[in-house]
Structures are given as structure tokens and as C-alpha cells.
Design a protein around this ligand. Structure first.
Ligand code: HEM
Length: 403
């Protein structure tokens, strides 16, 4: 065993704000020089490990000695909103649960996410993408690409996946957003509203089955008694939330990155078959989820350091995605390469279960937008574009475009 190195004197603050909305900050450079593991100070004054090395990040995400349970002491929260998340019930399935319970939960869902099932959704997603572009073109420039395209495409796609009527969106869209409110009362009320909506929807579906993931679960584990209605409501909420804003922000930030790299936009427009591969490069470059939280449940020796049981870990997916171990020229956006082993969807047992759906949405969004709106451009100066950060994720509120 190598001798554990001394930890740096004064931990730097984390998260590191972006200078440029569509890629992680250069502020990761000193961490990288320091080595694959650093100590960082969080908003509440607590200290955690930030793992910036690609190899170490993957190793720790696959290590059974780390836990995703946010209720354990030492589990690092990036903001007050994130710290309150476990009280919403959001983390009660999959995303806050360790094996073996996680393994059983995930196994129930796997058939609904198979590549075959996801490919069967392609025509519906293409139709959604085309309809949104039709509406955009009919409205004429300038248009806010976030409201017109980036948000509705994943929202409608996740409804198709779940079998949730998109017409019901007034009942679930607002509460889904308020679930992350720092005010516990508002977050609690949102939770109740969402539970009620899904509870009623599930009753409707039991009486009159339809097509979608919720219907699969009703016909399978709910019927055999392996899953209660209450648990099903939790799954529905998790999918709805995990699948929408993530994809929406990768579409919006990805389009912004392409518009700021006109040669890359042109390459994609002129060769649409690059789109599927380019999705991997855009996921890497945008690195939407900057850090993935875990806590050590046993001592772990890694890269000359000893992580003690109870210490928080932030797996720096964004930093690792800019590692020369993953691509030779990490600072370049190059849509002709396809770095599929990026950490944009995480790694290990919790690796994004919706990644194949997200990939299809992103591919069809970038491919169709560049083909059908070949003259797409920003309608304001790039430095006027504002983002905000919630927990580990950069959000683009408005993206004014013209053509
Ligand atoms: C581009 C869009 C997306 C990004 C960037 C993304 C990112 C991620 C990441 C990084 C994780 C791992 C979290 C961790 O290890 O703590 C994750 C997990 C998850 N994602 Fe996604 N995701 C996306 C789209 C989706 C979609 C479309 C769905 C569902 C419809 C979805 C559902 C989930 C679920 C349920 C988990 C938890 C899996 C588990 O714990 O076993 N995601 N996602």
C-alpha cells in the first residue's frame, strides 16, 4: 500500500462557478495540478473530497465502500436545496438507495428502458422535435429556444416514456419545479401535489390501462404485490424530474456551444450522421452535472490518500471529462469524435437509467435543428446569456435565437 499523502492546508471552495455557461470553469486547473484528489469546503462550511482524476472517479463510483444514501452523516450537499432533498422523498428510490435494495428496484425498471424499447420511441420523439421546430418557424425570429424547444422536447418525451398525458402538465410541471424550493413548506406542498396527481393517474391507469413505463409496472410488480401504489408514485416522480431538466439543459447549452463554435455547427449541419457520436462529445464538453455526491462507509486508500469512513466524496464528473485520459485535446469541442466513456451519465450501479432515451432525444434534437434551421444564430450577444446553478447543475433560463 502506498503512503497516504498529506491533505492540502486550506480547502478551496466548491462548487466552482462557470465563467462560460456551456463548459466547466478553468478553476479546475489548480485541482488537477494538485493531483486526482483534493479537499474542498462546501457552502455550509463542511469539508469533502473532490475527485478530479478520471480513473479515480470511475473507481470510486464503482466502489461498494461508498454510499449514495443522503441521510448518512458526512454525505455532501452542494447547496441548501440539495440538503433538503431527502425530506421530499425524491431520494427514496434508486437515487438515494444502495444495493441490495437498489439492485431490486432497478431490476424492475430495466425492461422498460431496453435499447429496443427506447428505439421504439424514436418516431414519437422525432415527431415531437419536428412539431416544436414547425411551431418555432411559424412564430418567426427571435425565439427563446429554451421555452420553444429545449424544455418541451424532453418534457413531452418523458410523458411518452411514462404514459403520462402531456395535457395534464399544469398539474405536474409547477410542483415538479417547486420540489427543489429552499422553503420546506413550499417543497412539502409540491410533494403533496405531485403525489396526489400521480396517485390519481395510477388509479385511472389501473381501471383503464395504457402504454408506458407506469403501465408496465402496474401490469408487472404492482399486480404481483412486489411494488405498492405509493412506491410507484415515487418512481413516477423521480423519472419526471430526473429526465426533464437534465436533457433540456444539455440541449440548450449544447446548442449554445455549437453556435459559439460555428465550424462545429456547420460540420453537424453538413453531415447529419455525425449527430449520434456528437452527442457524446457534447455531453462531455457541456458536463452538465459537475459533481456526483457520495459518502465513504469504510476507509478507502486511493491515489496515495486515505478516505476515512464518514467522509464526503464529490466525484468531479466535469473535471474528469476534461482529462487527457478520456480525449487527447479536452479543451476542444470536436463533433467528429465520440467519447462514449465520459462521466456525463455517471458510472457504476447508479449510472443514468435514462441514458439511452436521453441520447435519442439529444441526437434527434441536434440533427433536426441543424438541418431544418441551418442559419440558426444567437439573437443577443453571447455575454448577455445568463445561467443559474441549482445543486450540481447549470441551468440556462433563456436562449434568444434567430435565423
Ligand atoms: C442528458 C440528460 C441526462 C443527464 C445529464 C443525466 C445524468 C444522470 C447522472 C449523472 C446520473 C447518476 C447520478 C448518481 O450516480 O448519483 C443519473 C441517474 C439517473 N437518471 Fe439521468 N440523466 C439524464 C437523463 C435522464 C432521463 C431522460 C431519465 C429518465 C427518463 C433519467 C433518469 C435517471 C434516474 C432514474 C437515475 C438514477 C439511477 C439509479 O440511481 O440507479 N435521466 N442521471
Amino acid at each position: 500500500m502506498s503512503t497516504p499523502a498529506a491533505t492540502p492546508a486550506e480547502p478551496r471552495a466548491f462548487p466552482i462557478g462557470r465563467q462560460c455557461p456551456y463548459r466547466p470553469s478553468d478553476g479546475y486547473a489548480p485541482f488537477r495540478t494538485e493531483g486526482p484528489m483534493s479537499r474542498v469546503r462546501l457552502y455550509d462550511g463542511s469539508v469533502a473530497w473532490l475527485v478530479t482524476g478520471y480513473r479515480e472517479a470511475r473507481a470510486l463510483l464503482a466502489d461498494r465502500r461508498v454510499s449514495i444514501n443522503p441521510r448518512l452523516d458526512g454525505f455532501p450537499a452542494l447547496s441548501a436545496e440539495m440538503a433538503g432533498l431527502e425530506n421530499t422523498g425524491y431520494t427514496d428510490v434508486l437515487i438515494g438507495v444502495d444495493p441490495p435494495v437498489h439492485t431490486r428496484q432497478r431490476a424492475m425498471l430495466i425492461p422498460s428502458f431496453s435499447v429496443r424499447r427506447m428505439n421504439a420511441l424514436r418516431p414519437a420523439i422525432q415527431q415531437i422535435v419536428d412539431q416544436r421546430i414547425d411551431a418555432m418557424l411559424a412564430a418567426g425570429p427571435p425565439v427563446d429556444l429554451v421555452a420553444a424547444f429545449a424544455l418541451p422536447v424532453p418534457a413531452m418525451a418523458v410523458c411518452v416514456l411514462l404514459g403520462v398525458p402531456y395535457e395534464d402538465r399544469d398539474a405536474f410541471e409547477g410542483p415538479a419545479r417547486s420540489l427543489f424550493d429552499t422553503d420546506p413548506e413550499r417543497a412539502g406542498a409540491a410533494m403533496v401535489a405531485l403525489s396526489e396527481y400521480f396517485g390519481q393517474l395510477i388509479e385511472r391507469k389501473v381501471a383503464d390501462p395504457g402504454v408506458g413505463l407506469l403501465d408496465d409496472l402496474i401490469a408487472g410488480p404492482v399486480r404481483t404485490g412486489a411494488l405498492s401504489h405509493e412506491e410507484l408514485v415515487r418512481y413516477a416522480m423521480l423519472m419526471l424530474i430526473a429526465g426533464q431538466d437534465t436533457t433540456a439543459n444539455v440541449i440548450a447549452l449544447g446548442v449554445l456551444a455549437l453556435l459559439e463554435h460555428p465550424d462545429q455547427f456547420a460540420r453537424l449541419r453538413d453531415d447529419p450522421d455525425l449527430a449520434a457520436g456528437a452527442v457524446e462529445e457534447i455531453m462531455r464538453y457541456v458536463s452538465l452535472i459537475e459533481a456526483i455526491s457520495r459518502v465513504a462507509v469504510e476507509d478507502i486508500d486511493i491515489a496515495g490518500h486515505r478516505i476515512r469512513a464518514g467522509e464526503g466524496l464529490l466525484i468531479g464528473a466535469a473535471a474528469a471529462n476534461f482529462s487527457a485520459e478520456l480525449v487527447r485535446t479536452p479543451d476542444r469541442l470536436d463533433v467528429t469524435r465520440s467519447p462514449r466513456h465520459h462521466l456525463g451519465f455517471g458510472f457504476g450501479v447508479h449510472q443514468c437509467i435514462g441514458q439511452n432515451l436521453a441520447r435519442i432525444e439529444l441526437e434527434l434534437a441536434f440533427r433536426t435543428l441543424t438541418r431544418r434551421v441551418p442559419g440558426l444564430r444567437l439573437a443577443v450577444a453571447a455575454d448577455q446569456i445568463r445561467t443559474s446553478v441549482t445543486g450540481p447543475m447549470e441551468r440556462l433560463a433563456v436562449l434568444p435565437v434567430a435565423w
